[in-house]
Write a protein that binds this ligand. Structure first.
Ligand SMILES: Nc1nc2c(c(=O)[nH]1)N[C@H]1C(S)=C(S)[C@@H](COP(=O)(O)OP(=O)(O)OC[C@H]3O[C@@H](n4cnc5c(N)ncnc54)[C@H](O)[C@@H]3O)O[C@H]1N2
Ligand code: MOO
Ligand SMILES: [Mg+2]
Length: 430
């Protein structure tokens, strides 16, 4: 039951509110990383595997190609025959067979003979090159076909030897590889109709706050619609996790606590938004005061989202992200996304950083490093970034435009146009 009385504050919850020790983002990421475990493995059809992560090393099951393959439409020949050939004095070879793709040559090439062959077809024994059809002239005589070749042909021309692309047994896709179109092409090449992948982490989302309305409710004074829940739903789906519920909770410690604990029985981790700062109704703080797991941190030396709190219990994370939409977004990108990667077997959990030139002054100073939602652009071969708009963690309007997080180091000055800055890319995340 929700009341208008502030929840009882015990000593722990007082010190968790006001005695927080900020840690650096990288330290926070490392603390999380040390608890990440890969999920269970499942086998799924190749056609449904896009975006998933391989749970086994994939070795080439055969040589590629597994027969000597012609790279051109033309004639398979024995190159010694062409050694003295010239435009004035071409060599003439008798065509003894025609090999369409998919069939096996029956005749061996010997001196003076050639076989008509198509791109992708198996080169007959005895042949050591394929001459492009455009280079030849054809002559019919006495019911036989002859071709002329006007120059010496080097051995091996237009033939892909067995295993020239990949040798059988080669490790082609290590465990943890993200499956994309090119990976799917390789898996198909080597006969994987099904593929072993890590299960997508199941996640429950709770948007906390008695001010929250459902998306289909009319506005009333003092209340706002829950947007963070939907923001997280989308981010999770896009990051390859499986959000199984997205609920809102009033600012009631016991109700929220039991909802979170119950959810943890059914999912791999829980994300909450809101209620992590120092306010009377910031109930996640009270939940952490009673938490029977570990609290990894409850203060970050960063903006936005400095009160972001992360706990772990029975190897399950509780990501308590800030309620301010901008901070919720940044908290997800810095801490939740790499966790989803790790749970699916990705080994490099570093966020992709790049260096860019700042296009605008950023004059808002901060005692902590600031992760500013930014837009990347390219001019004359140089990479530029600029903030998406007013940098305030309460602002929802500009989240849609952010394709990077510009890191403005702590200090009194902010940063100026032309400064070289570091940024984290939010596109091309793999
Ligand atoms: N006295 C202090 N006040 C605040 C401090 C501080 O250090 N001392 N920190 C500020 C900072 S920084 C942040 S960030 C916020 C963190 O707030 P909470 O994480 O506790 O979040 P709430 O208080 O629940 O809400 C903050 C803000 O966000 C709105 N909100 C919450 N949930 C949603 C949602 N699902 N969809 C859309 N918007 C949501 C909420 O209505 C509030 O406006 O605290 C500062 N205060
Ligand atoms: O840490 Mo908060 O998100 O800056 O307002
Ligand atoms: Mg609050």
């Amino acid at each position: 039951m929700q009341t208008n009385e502030p929840p009882d504050k015990n000593k722990d919850s007082h010190s968790l509110r006001f005695g927080r020790k900020p840690i650096k983002v990288m330290e926070a990421q490392n603390r999380i990383r040390s608890h990440i475990q890969t999920g269970k493995v499942e086998t799924i059809p190749l056609t449904e595997s896009d975006g998933r992560y391989l749970a086994i090393d994939i070795l080439a099951s055969d040589d590629l190609p597994h027969f000597r393959r012609s790279g051109m439409d033309g004639f398979a020949i024995y190159t010694a025959d062409t050694q003295k050939a010239s435009r004035e004095n071409p060599v003439w070879l008798e065509v003894i067979e025609e090999i369409p793709c998919g069939s096996v040559p029956r005749k061996t090439i010997s001196s003076g003979k050639a076989t008509r062959i198509m791109t992708g077809a198996a080169v007959p024994d005895g042949a050591d090159a394929v001459v492009m059809i455009e280079m030849t002239n054809t002559l019919e005589k006495d019911g036989k076909t002859y071709i002329s070749i006007p120059r010496a042909i080097p051995q091996g021309e237009n033939i892909a030897p067995i295993g020239s692309e990949i040798n059988k047994g080669t490790l082609i896709l290590p465990k943890g590889t993200k499956i994309n179109a090119g990976v799917i092409a390789l898996l198909a090449t080597f006969g994987y109709a099904e593929v072993s992948v890590y299960q997508q982490p199941k996640v429950a989302i709770f948007a906390t706050g008695s001010e929250l309305l459902d998306v289909d409710e009319p506005l009333v004074p003092g209340k706002i619609r829950n947007s963070n829940g939907y923001l997280l739903l989308s981010l999770l789906q896009q990051a390859g996790a499986k959000p199984i519920s997205q609920l809102k909770l009033p600012d009631d410690v016991q109700q929220a606590k039991s909802a979170i604990l119950q959810a943890l029985d059914e999912v791999d981790f829980v994300i909450t938004t809101g209620g992590v700062s120092v306010g009377d109704y910031d109930i996640l703080v009270d939940i952490f005061a009673e938490w029977d797991g570990q609290m990894l941190f409850n203060k970050l030396a960063m903006r936005p989202g400095s009160p972001t709190t992360v706990g772990v219990r029975n190897q399950q994370f509780l990501f308590a992200l800030s309620g301010n939409p901008g901070a919720c977004f940044v908290g997800f990108e810095l801490f939740v996304r790499p966790t989803i990667w790790g749970m699916q077997g990705k080994t490099n959990l570093e966020l992709p950083m790049f260096t860019a030139t700042l296009l605008e002054d950023f004059s808002k100073p901060s005692p902590f490093d600031r992760y500013v939602r930014g837009i990347t652009s390219y001019q004359n071969g140089k990479v530029y970034v600029r903030p998406v708009g007013v940098e305030k963690s309460s602002i929802t309007l500009t989240i849609k435009d952010a394709d990077c997080l510009i890191i403005i180091p702590a200090g009194g000055r902010g940063a100026s146009t032309g400064d070289i800055v570091q940024a984290i890319s939010l596109k091309n995340m793999e």
